[in-house]
Design a binder for this molecule. Structure first.
Ligand SMILES: N[C@@H](CCC(=O)N[C@@H](CS)C(=O)NCC(=O)O)C(=O)O
Length: 226
């Protein structure tokens, strides 16, 4: 039994983000599946651990932490010498600042837009509501504008924080893949944003991500049929 427990669901993009980092760092974990369809994440005992009633949180031998990017950074720092190096050297101030800049780009310029599209196209239908096509079109247009910025960054270097992959890149995978799977395929557009498409192909090809995505697809089918 692994000491590190992840409370979440394989279908939850933010849970997938954390699982991906654990796999990249070869850290054993146990996924405790939260029955979110029946509101388990809003129960008093869950709220004691995660005051916002969201997935995921981790219990690392009694240490409770929520927010998927904070969890990812904690794991990457705690297991710095395991598996893929996903953080810059903390003594290199400029590299660290560029890494934090890339993390901010993900959380401010990407997640609200791509996450909004996922909310419309995937989460709402799961709960029996139709997507609002006007909202999807608006978010898609705004995201296309942001990809101009991504293209400018990725034209200069291979990944968002430089020439090495970091958490900032991998943090895009879950929401980006779910959005693409739902039909909004901006990240695959090799003509408009060739460097974005090159970067996206690179990070989505990682074997750790393929494993998580396959599990996610199976779980999504089960949930849709239940
Ligand atoms: N910023 C949080 C977002 C967590 C989040 O939105 N989780 C979703 C699942 S991917 C959730 O629990 N949604 C249910 C809800 O908000 O009630 C993180 O990165 O962990």
């Amino acid at each position: 039994m692994a000491n590190l427990k992840v409370y979440g669901h394989i279908i939850s993009a933010n849970t997938q983000r954390v699982l991906m980092i654990l796999k990249e760092k070869n850290v054993p974990y146990e996924l405790i599946t939260v029955d979110f369809m029946h509101g388990e994440h809003k129960t008093p005992s869950y709220l004691e651990k995660h005051p916002f009633g969201q997935m995921p949180y981790i219990d690392d031998d009694g240490f409770i932490l929520f927010e998927s990017v904070a969890i990812s950074k904690y794991i990457a720092a705690k297991y710095r010498s395991n598996g893929t190096q996903l953080l810059p050297d903390s003594s290199d101030l400029e590299a660290f600042a560029l890494f934090e800049q890339a993390c901010c780009i993900e959380s401010n310029d990407f997640y609200p837009l791509a996450g909004g599209i996922v909310m419309e196209n995937v989460v709402k239908p799961l709960h029996g509501t139709s997507p609002n096509e006007v909202v999807v079109a608006e978010l898609t247009a705004k995201l296309a504008g942001k990809l101009e910025g991504y293209e400018a960054i990725l034209r200069k270097h291979e990944y968002l924080a430089g020439d090495k992959v970091t958490i900032a890149d991998l943090a895009h995978l879950a929401v980006g893949s779910t959005m693409t799977h739902s039909g909004v395929k901006l990240l695959l557009d090799t003509e408009k944003w060739p460097n974005v498409a090159r970067w996206w192909k690179d990070i989505t090809s990682r074997p750790t991500w393929r494993e998580i995505w396959e599990e996610r697809v199976v779980a999504a089918k089960l949930l849709a049929g239940s």
